[in-house]
Design a protein around this ligand. Structure first.
Ligand code: PLP
Length: 447
C-alpha cells in the first residue's frame, strides 16, 4: 500500500508528474486520482470499459500532426501513408485535414473508398500489385499509381481505357543507415528501379510509349525513422537532375516529385526525431539549387508521412498478469498482450517505455522487463525499464507512441484475437475497431 492510498489528501499537495509530450499525445495529463488521462479520458477507465490489451488513439493528436505538416509545407501535397494505421475514421480525419492518402493494397483502397476519400486524392503503391488490385484501383479512378516494375507497365497499359497518371519509383542510392528491414533508398533492394540504371531508362521509355499512361513525376522512399533531413536534400538534388535528363532525352517536363515518408518520431524520451522546420528549409533550399542548376521548373513536392502522423497519437493498454522475480536473473512483468499487438520489438529491435497508468507511481522503483503472454521467448515489449517496485497483477500499464505500425502489423498468433482500437476526443471515447473474438477466428476456418 502506498502513502497516497493511506492518506489520499496528500494528493492535492503533490505536483503532477509531467508526461513527455514528445512521446505522448499533447492532451495527456494526470487526473486528481493520479491516473493518466489522454484526450480527457482516464486510461484505467478505458481498460475497464473495453478490456485489455487495447489500442487508444487520440483524434486531436492525429489532426494536430496533419496541421503541422500542412503549416510547414504549405506548397507541398501531404499524402498520409495508410500502412501506418488505417480505419475509416482515420482516413476521414486526415482527409478532412487536407491530406491525400497513399494505399498499398486492395484492402487499404477499399477502406479509403468506404471512408469517402476522393479517389483522385489516392496514390497506389506496392512492389507486386496483383492484377485484380490494379483493376480495382483503375476502376475506382485513383489519382496516381506509382509504378514499381516493368510488368506493371504492361498490365496497366492493358487495363486503362482512358488516361491514368503514374509516377515512377526510383531508388536514388541514398543509404540512411537504418535497420536493414526498412532501408529502401539504396539500390540493392526490391522496390522500384535504381536511379540511372538501364531498367529505369527502359521503364521511362515504356511508360512514355503508352498513350493511356501519363508520366507526371518521380517517386522515392528512402527508409524509416530518418531524423537527418540532409538525406531528403540529396534525394531532391538527384531526382531533379533525373527529371531534367528525362526532359532532355524524351521531351516531357515532369511536374511532381514525391519524396516518400520515413520521418523519425521519438519512441522514448530523448530519442531523435525529424524536425519539420529543418526538413522544410532543407527541401526548399535543395529545390531552389537543383532547379537553378538544371534550369528546370520547380516540381510540386509530395511527402508521404505515416508514422509521423499517427505514432504519437497512440497508446496501448495492458493489464499486468503477474510479476516474476527470476533468482539470479531479471524481473519480468507479464502482461496480457505482447508481440501480437506490437511485433516491432521482435521485427526491428524497437525500444519502448511503459508506465503504470492507474495511479501515481510515488514509491521506490525496480528495473523490470515487460514481456507478453505469447509462446516465444522473444515476446518482449519493453526491456529493463523503471517501474514501481510494488506493481501488482491487475494494474494497467500504458506504452506510448504505439499509433503507427501496431494495429496494422498485428497478428492472431496463439489464437488470440487482435485488440480493439478506441479513439478518444474531448473527454469521450469511441470504439473504432472492435476486439477480434474466437468467433471471428472460427468464421474463417471452413473445416
Ligand atoms: C512508399 C512509402 N511511403 C511512405 C511510407 C511511410 O513511411 P513512414 O511511416 O515511416 O513515414 C512508407 C513506409 O514503408 C512507404 O513504403
Amino acid at each position: 500500500m502506498t502513502l497516497l492510498e493511506i492518506f489520499p489528501s496528500l494528493r492535492s499537495g503533490m505536483p503532477s508528474p509531467r508526461v513527455d509530450t514528445t512521446v505522448w499525445p499533447c492532451e495527456t495529463h494526470y487526473d486528481d486520482l493520479g491516473r493518466i488521462t489522454v484526450g480527457g479520458v482516464a486510461l484505467a477507465d478505458l481498460a475497464d470499459q473495453y478490456g485489455t490489451p487495447a489500442y487508444v488513439l487520440d483524434e486531436t493528436e492525429v489532426r494536430r500532426r496533419c496541421r503541422a505538416y500542412r503549416k510547414h509545407f504549405p506548397n507541398a501535397e501531404i499524402v498520409y501513408a495508410a500502412k501506418a494505421l488505417l480505419t475509416k475514421s482515420v482516413a476521414g480525419w486526415v482527409s478532412e485535414e487536407g491530406l491525400s492518402v497513399d494505399v498499398c493494397s486492395g484492402g487499404e483502397l477499399a477502406v479509403a473508398l468506404a471512408a469517402g476519400v476522393d479517389p483522385r486524392r489516392l496514390v497506389l503503391h506496392g512492389s507486386g500489385k496483383p492484377f485484380a488490385e490494379l483493376e480495382a484501383a483503375v476502376a475506382a479512378g485513383v489519382g496516381r499509381i506509382v509504378i514499381d516494375s516493368l510488368t506493371e507497365i504492361t498490365l496497366l497499359s492493358a487495363l486503362v481505357s482512358g488516361k491514368q497518371q503514374v509516377l515512377l519509383r526510383l531508388s536514388p542510392g541514398i543509404d540512411v543507415h537504418g535497420h536493414p528491414a526498412v532501408k529502401t533508398g539504396v539500390t540493392d533492394q526490391k522496390f522500384g528501379f535504381p536511379l540511372g540504371s538501364a531498367a529505369a531508362a527502359e521503364a521511362i521509355e515504356r511508360v512514355l510509349r503508352q498513350p493511356n499512361l501519363e508520366l507526371v513525376g518521380l517517386h522515392c522512399h528512402l527508409g524509416s525513422q530518418i531524423y537527418d533531413p540532409d538525406h531528403y536534400g540529396e534525394a531532391v538534388r538527384r531526382l531533379v537532375a533525373e527529371m531534367a535528363r528525362v526532359r532532355a532525352d524524351y521531351g516531357p517536363v515532369l511536374t511532381q516529385l514525391d519524396l516518400g515518408g520515413g520521418h523519425a518520431v521519438a519512441y522514448r524520451s530523448g530519442d531523435a526525431e525529424m524536425n519539420l522546420y529543418e526538413l522544410a528549409d532543407l527541401i526548399e533550399d535543395a529545390l531552389d539549387a537543383a532547379c537553378a542548376l538544371n534550369r528546370f521548373p520547380r516540381p510540386r513536392i509530395a511527402l508521404e508521412p505515416g508514422r509521423a502522423i499517427v505514432a504519437h497519437a497512440g497508446v496501448t493498454l495492458y493489464r499486468v498478469m503477474t510479476v516474476k522475480h527470476i533468482e539470479g536473473g531479471r524481473t519480468f512483468v507479464i502482461v496480457d498482450g505482447g508481440m501480437n499487438d506490437n511485433p516491432r520489438v521482435a521485427l526491428y529491435g524497437a525500444h519502448y517505455d511503459a508506465v503504470v497508468a492507474n495511479r501515481h507511481p510515488t514509491g521506490p522503483h525496480m528495473t523490470a522487463t515487460v514481456a507478453g503472454r505469447y509462446c516465444e521467448a522473444g515476446d518482449i515489449l519493453a526491456a529493463d525499464i523503471r517501474l514501481p517496485a510494488d506493481l501488482r497483477p491487475g494494474e494497467i500499464l500504458a506504452i506510448p507512441c504505439t499509433g503507427a505500425y501496431h494495429h496494422s502489423l498485428a497478428s492472431t498468433y496463439n489464437g488470440v484475437g487482435r485488440p480493439p482500437l478506441i479513439s478518444v476526443h474531448q473527454g469521450r471515447s469511441h470504439e473504432l475497431i472492435r476486439r477480434e473474438t474466437p468467433t471471428d477466428l472460427l468464421s474463417r476456418d471452413l473445416g
